[in-house]
Design a protein around this ligand. Sequence first.
Ligand code: UN1
Length: 507
Amino acid sequence: RASLERLTDSVAAARGPAEAAPVIDGVTQAGTPRDVVSPSDARTVVGTVAEASPEIAAAAIQAARKGAVAWGRVPAEQRAAALERAADAMEASTGRLIHLLQAEAGKTLDDAVAELREAVDFCRYYAAQGRKLFGAPQELPGPTGESNRLSLRSRGVFVAISPWNFPLAIFVGQVAAALMAGNAVVAKPAEQTPLVAAEAVRLMHRAGIAPGALHIVPGDGAVGAALVAHRDVAGVVFTGSTEVARHINRALAAKDGPIVPLIAETGGINAMLVDATALPEQVADDVVTSAFRSAGQRCSALRLLLVQEDVADKVIGMVAGAAQELRLGDPRDPATHVGPVIDAEARARLDRHGAALRRAATTHYAGEVPGEGHFVAPQIYEIAGPEALTEEVFGPILHVARYKAADLDRVLDRIEASGYGLTLGVHSRIDATVERVVARLSTGNVYVNRNMIGAVVGVQPFGGHGLSGTGPKAGGPHYLTRFATEQTVTINTAAAGGDAALIAMEG
Ligand code: UN1
């Protein structure tokens, strides 16, 4: 309690106007001004953003090209140390960062605290991985008279395009990975959430990330398109919708010049299977957390609950009962469980979806909406089967369907056939059932007998495939390699001069 009070006090003390603007080589640029309005009341101005033009975006890439040469030569140890100092600086700015996450993105206190933790973890984890991967080259065994070394090198300029649902953690995670690999970064935060990203960049620069290595250009889709289409971009890292990932892929493919990677983390129609042996209380708890926490605005969130028919009435009843206990409202109140959705457009889209389901499906629960602000109440609808849900609905709307035990394989094949593969939940006390589900589905993150959100950096590497993204998994041991090129150097150590030449060379 005392520590909660200290935290809320430090957040309250850190309020005050915020600003974001394009920053190139550490120099703030002019842009088109716009107010950033809180989703919690659709009225309070949190701060202002000066939005970049496509020309500013191009200038940032040019600056990053120069910056990449210098940053790529900074020893990996120093790049790692700078990221660790950035992590320390973010922890020291807890009050301000949490204020911005709550004011700009409508995050509850729990979500904001977890998000700051994740941003800090990304910096420290990639620093630790980077020391191993980018430190000394790896000596590979080969025939005598030959030396073989494999090393990772930076690519050049990375464009990082991040989402509003994790405006600090994913923004920082993308940037930290690209920087650790020795690249310069031009980062475009989501249009809705530029303020917390701008604050993170200020902290990173102060912590010793070279201004030439990290540039930020807040703006809309036109800015993102200009960045991606630029000839001098060596790679793109993106988290957001499957549709935008496709646009980026097309834009990259249409360019002359080098073939560059896209690292994308996109959506999912994430399912949870509950069989007749599951513990209903635990299921209810885990479903409510997975479907409604963060107002369902996580790509990992549960969208489709599949319950074996024998226990369906009981489980659905308990889930609806648990949903009823959720408190919607001002995210700054520590007692609030569910805050607003991000903006009027998101709310309108979710309201349309809910209205259509109230006509076409069975309503098990539809809560009340408080006050002004972009609130959408948790809702639970029963649909005919998994095939009835064909799009990702990004908000607190849960779809439920029943299945017969004899149909399990068909249901699993249906989930796989959706083409998405991000998260999956399984609730069963039969090991063989769990194994059967895991064996049949290629989903990126499978959670058994627990909730299915909140992947922890370095513990549950996160990401999917197919319509859900490209991999490698963020917060996992392979992520950094995709931000780098590999170089193998083979030396004929038996050539003229022999040992003496080798010794001189290594000397
Ligand atoms: C996202 O919602 O864009 O596991 C991805 C989780 C988070 C998901 C982040 N790490 O819930």
